[in-house]
Design a protein around this ligand. Sequence first.
Ligand code: NDP
Ligand code: MG
Ligand code: MG
Length: 327
Amino acid sequence: MARIYKDGDADLSVIRGKVVAVLGYGIQGRAWALNMRDSGVKVIVGVRPGKSFDLARQEGFEVYPVGDAVRRADIIAVLLPDMVQPSVWGSEIAPGLRRGMTVVFAHGFNIRFGLIRPPSDVDVVLIAPKAPGKAVRDEFVRGWGVPALVAVHQDFTGSALKTALAIAKANGFTRVGVIETTFAEETETDLIGEQNVLVGGLLQLLRYGFEVMVELGYQPEVAYFEAINEAKLIMDLIWERGLTGMLLGVSETARYGGLTVGPYVINEDVKRRMKEAAEKVRSGEFAKEWIAEYQRGAPRLRELLEQVSNSQVERVGEFLRQLMRSK
Ligand code: NDP
Ligand code: MG
Ligand code: MG
């Protein structure tokens, strides 16, 4: 069983009197900054001048350029976009680091693939919330939280895990549970999961499901409901009741057809390809490809995104969503 930390395992006093600099005031940064301030932690924000700089100031934070925030902090939470982190690290973060500081990441990508190499005299930890930033804040306000993962990459002070758990507690994560992991496990499973299932596999499954019906001559509007729109209802059932609960929540015909045809369509060959894709994550091949693409200005990403947004399924979906929204 995984090791899980709860509120009782974390001590906020470990970070009392310390200054936590949240670097980046975006999806995660804003949620963390607000949560930790509400927990009584001294939080400052480090970000470049611009929209989020202004927002953080409006919301009552002391806001500094990244380098200045690092120099004023004991703990930094690096909540900048992953692909931006290496260059900001080199130019603004690393020069301000002092012996014994704690560096917190919310995703292990740059450490796992060696794009950021912290000096040996700081603690380096990971607290990865398993939810979007909006939920990180909303659940905290509701008196609850979202689950998270915790890992220690480098323990210079001997209390890296205690500091990490205190930061997790200040965000409400230990109210739910914080699972111990490693930077490698968090990074690899995050990428494998989003590629094979959440973003990649699911998207392609929905697209093919829609296209098959349309190519057979069914009306696109009807195909959209059957192949895409209702997927939410099925996911909600799985989320609430698990796989068996979902199966028991659909008709007997759907249950039989699903259990017999599902493995025929998504077969062992698909599983083999999933493993191949996972191997590319584990070997670093995917990271290398994506970094090169990003450094070229991401032309392929833009093109692929455009293909999706210009496809028939999107036009039909937009029309139907409009229809369902209007009263
Ligand atoms: P965002 O894209 O929302 O963060 C952008 C923030 O970084 C903005 O405040 C932006 O400022 C600032 N920024 C961008 N470039 C620079 C720069 N060169 N110098 C200074 N500030 C800059 O990031 P996320 O919150 O999505 O991700 C942060 C971390 O959290 C990542 O490691 C990610 O993997 C992790 N994470 C994210 C999740 C999510 O729900 N999004 C879930 C779990 C983990 P400006 O407004 O000026 O652009
Ligand atoms: Mg993820
Ligand atoms: Mg991810």
